[in-house]
Design a protein around this ligand. Structure first.
Ligand SMILES: Cc1ncc(COP(=O)(O)O)c(C=O)c1O
Length: 447
């Protein structure tokens, strides 16, 4: 389980003290130059040195099984040879050209994403992040509809910029109410804490839809778009019933309101059953945004929509870094690998495997309210036994207990009380079993 790689140790090989000093040193330097609000995981943060497959090593040489992939971004595998080779080859040719020049890698990538998106007459605008993808989507939607009013979901997260925190209702990530957008948050993504949570699936959806309908009646319904994550990522993999967004979109369609599916976490087959999260809802969105795993950690995001929507932006629009030749080459290789190896199918099978081990333990643990999510996007929500009062201290203790067992998992949720399990999609059966057992041991260690 634990392996030490002396090659990546400290200045004095084999000396644990010297190695510790290296991480502590880095931490002190980090704290001296980074903003207070840029937080790190763990009481003793980890400095990563390198990765391979589903494992990463810290600078002391300790190996961890990676069940978070740098926030669901190492999508295929760490150090995937196909991606490394493509990036190396492109780096030897040209790193950068900007959107002012044609580039084969970039055009090929856009063609492929347009085809995969399922959106008719699709145009693709590439960006360096998910935040910028959503920012561009909001710009397009508001221009197309000539309205700055936006609908978003309660418990949403769409990025860190001024516009995207304006559609983020997750309070820890939305530090200001100043915004050029007028946003109204609607019900539905986060069922556990919804006033409608006790209703069965169909009635739950109907209650949320009725609320939306009334909201549109009362306000006049002049909204540009409804932006939604099919499964809320930062919000703790909160998952509405299948078909939920289909029912919401029907109401939006009647008002001409665009539906924007933020697939930054749910895209590319991570949910196992579907390539895109929106497919669980029987719809094709008007717009789709993506980022994170598409280039396996290289900075890439984008927005896809029908030409008439994308082209609603008057004037010029460029992105210096969006879809650079280097990043596009990596993304092309990454997507090829993903599709050729049916990693979506693997996500479904491995997700079920993880769930089979975790579900009985969760059912037996009074301080875990539920196991939710789909495919390789699973979450546990910690609560005080006997109700659903959030217990973030227990979630923090569980992430530390996993780390002690050399398993990296993520945290999230409105109250910081959700554990997120999201390994690379190439996870093997052996690794799934090992990781699930480590997580079970960690849960049991906390009583
Ligand atoms: C659903 C969703 N949208 C947008 C973003 C923003 O992406 P980025 O961090 O690449 O700007 C994130 C990041 O976590 C996300 O989870």
């Amino acid at each position: 389980m634990t392996m030490t790689d002396p090659a990546v140790g400290s200045a004095a090989p084999g000396s644990a003290d010297a190695a510790r000093t290296r991480t502590e040193d880095l931490l002190a330097r980090h704290r001296a130059v980074t903003p207070r609000w840029q937080s790190l995981y763990y009481e003793q943060p980890i400095a990563l040195s390198h990765g391979e497959g589903r494992h990463v090593w810290d600078v002391e040489g300790t190996r961890y099984l990676d069940f978070f992939g740098g926030i669901l971004t190492t999508m295929t595998a760490h150090a995937l040879p196909e991606v490394t080779a493509a990036v190396q080859e492109q780096a030897g040719k040209i790193l950068h050209s900007s959107t002012l020049y044609l580039n084969e890698q970039t055009v090929e990538l856009a063609e492929h994403i347009a085809e995969l998106s399922g959106i008719p007459d699709a145009r693709v605008f590439l960006t360096p992040s998910g935040t910028e993808a959503n920012d561009a989507a909001l710009l397009m939607a508001t221009a197309y509809r000539r309205s700055n009013q936006v609908l978003a979901m309660r418990n949403s997260y769409h990025g860190r910029s001024f516009s995207t925190i304006g559609v983020t209702s997750h309070r820890s990530w939305s530090p200001t109410s100043f915004s050029g957008l007028q946003t109204t948050y609607v019900h539905g993504g986060y069922r556990l804490r919804s006033p409608f949570r006790d209703l069965p699936d169909g009635e739950y959806t109907a209650a949320c839809v009725a609320d939306l309908r009334q909201l549109l009646d009362m306000t006049g319904g002049d909204f540009a778009c409804l932006i939604a994550e099919p499964i809320q990522g930062v919000g703790g993999f909160a998952t509405p019933p299948d078909g939920f967004f289909g029912a919401m979109k029907e109401v939006c369609d009647a008002h001409g309101i665009l539906f924007v599916s933020d697939e930054v976490q749910t895209g590319w087959g991570r949910t196992g059953d579907h390539f895109w999260g929106y497919q669980a809802h029987g719809i094709v969105p008007d717009m789709l945004t993506f980022a994170k795993g598409v280039a396996n950690g290289l900075p890439l995001g984008g927005v896809v929509a029908r030409a008439e929507v994308v082209d609603a932006i008057a004037g010029n629009h460029i992105s210096t870094f969006g879809g650079s030749p280097l990043v596009s080459a990596g993304a092309n290789a990454n997507l090829r690998y993903l599709l050729e190896h049916d990693l979506q199918g693997n996500a479904r099978v491995m997700g079920e495997r993880l769930r089979a081990t975790l579900a009985p333990v969760v059912a037996d643990t009074p301080w875990i309210a539920e196991l939710r999510g789909r495919g390789l996007m699973l979450a546990l929500e910690t609560v005080h036994p006997g109700g659903i009062d959030p217990d973030p201290a227990r979630a923090a203790a569980l992430t530390e207990a996993c780390k002690d067992r050399h398993l990296l998992i993520g945290k999230g949720g409105l109250y910081g009380n959700v554990l997120r399990v999201a390994p690379p999609l190439s996870l093997t059966a052996e690794e799934a079993d090992e990781g699930a057992q480590l997580l079970v041991d960690a849960i049991r260690s906390l009583g």
